[in-house]
Each structure stands twice: as structure tokens, then as C-alpha cells.
Design a protein. Structure first.
Length: 192
């Protein structure tokens, strides 16, 4: 991996349904220096998700082997049996293109990278308007069972408690305003 001294990472985290993926995609359109870091996961593909576009889908066994071999920058067991992480090869791929990686990731993964890399990482927590709105958004997606939605909402409460540990918080009750705020934060960080 390239020198850690030269590394800059942007980490966006939020509970499921808060709008972090939409913000990240919009930021990439607005700021050409950014590129999406595709995460690895052991969970099954959903809906129209594509291998190597939305995620690198790995079996739980393959994921564990990569962890053992040090092939991940970070990883977490986000839900029981569902691992997520950032492949070192993905960060290297983006950096070889001259891009700054922007990661859409778990709260604990983001905080772990901040602890490891300090000021070379900007952590942004996307704050949802409320748990009731999260529930509505998750139900509208139509990709999860009622039990899975309940699990996501329970996890959201835990994630909201950790929001104060992030460098910045973006309130996503008005997407256009949230995007403008996030863009200003990101531009300041990459120009430092």
C-alpha cells in the first residue's frame, strides 16, 4: 500500500436509510477528485446489486481468509454473520487513478480508521431526521423483512449515540442543504 503519510480518506457513516449513499454519490458527481471505494461484504446480493459495482461479494469463508492474510484496511461484523470491510486492493486501485477514496461505511469502521490515521481521515456522520423517518425509508425500499428492519432500527439507536465521535455531522432533513454542507466540508478537507 502507498505510504500512509500520503493517504487521505473520506468516511461517511449513518444508520441504514439516513441517505449517506445518496450523499456520497452526489459528492462524487460534484467533486471529480473523489472516487467511490467499493466495500467487500459477506452478505448476499440484494435486488439489482452488481458484483464489483455495489460491493465485492465474498463468502464468509473467503472474507475471513482475507482478514487472516491482512488484505483489508478495516472490517467489522456489522450484523451477526454479515461482515463488511475495505480491501487494501481497492484503496490501491483508486489511488493509482489519482483519486481520493470516499467510503460509505459502518460507524465502527470509520472510527477505527480515524483512530489509525488521525487527521488524514475525515469522518462524517449523516444524521437522519428521526427513527420514524428511517423506519419509513427502510419499509419503502422493500428489500428487508420486518424483522430485519427492526434489527436495523435497533442498530440505528446505537449508531446515533456514537455520532458525536465523528469529525462532522450532516443533518439530512433537506437533501439539497445536506449536500451543500457535505460538499463544503469535503472541499476544505481535500484542500488542506
Amino acid at each position: 500500500m502507498p505510504s500512509e503519510n500520503a493517504l487521505k480518506l473520506l468516511c461517511f457513516s449513518a444508520p441504514s436509510g439516513a441517505g449517506k449513499t445518496s450523499l456520497v454519490r452526489a459528492l462524487i458527481e460534484r467533486i471529480p477528485a473523489l472516487s467511490f471505494s467499493i466495500s467487500a461484504t459477506s452478505r448476499p446480493q440484494r435486488g439489482t446489486e452488481q458484483q464489483g459495482v455495489d460491493y465485492y461479494f465474498l463468502s464468509p469463508e473467503d472474507f475471513r481468509k482475507r482478514v487472516e492474510h491482512g488484505a483489508l484496511l478495516e472490517w467489522e461484523e456489522v450484523y451477526p454473520g454479515s461482515f463488511y470491510g475495505t480491501l487494501l486492493s481497492e484503496i490501491e486501485r483508486l489511488r493509482s487513478l489519482g483519486k481520493i477514496p470516499i467510503l460509505d461505511m459502518d460507524v465502527y469502521g470509520a472510527l477505527g480508521l480515524k483512530e489509525r490515521f488521525g487527521d488524514r481521515v475525515l469522518t462524517v456522520f449523516v444524521m437522519p431526521p428521526g427513527l420514524d423517518v428511517l423506519k419509513q425509508r427502510l419499509e419503502q425500499r422493500g428489500t428487508d423483512s420486518p424483522e430485519r428492519i427492526a434489527e436495523r432500527l435497533a442498530k440505528a439507536e446505537e449508531e446515533l449515540r456514537l455520532s458525536e465521535e465523528f469529525d462532522r455531522i450532516v443533518w439530512n432533513d433537506d437533501f439539497a442543504v445536506a449536500l451543500d454542507q457535505a460538499e463544503a466540508m469535503v472541499r476544505r478537507f481535500i484542500e488542506e
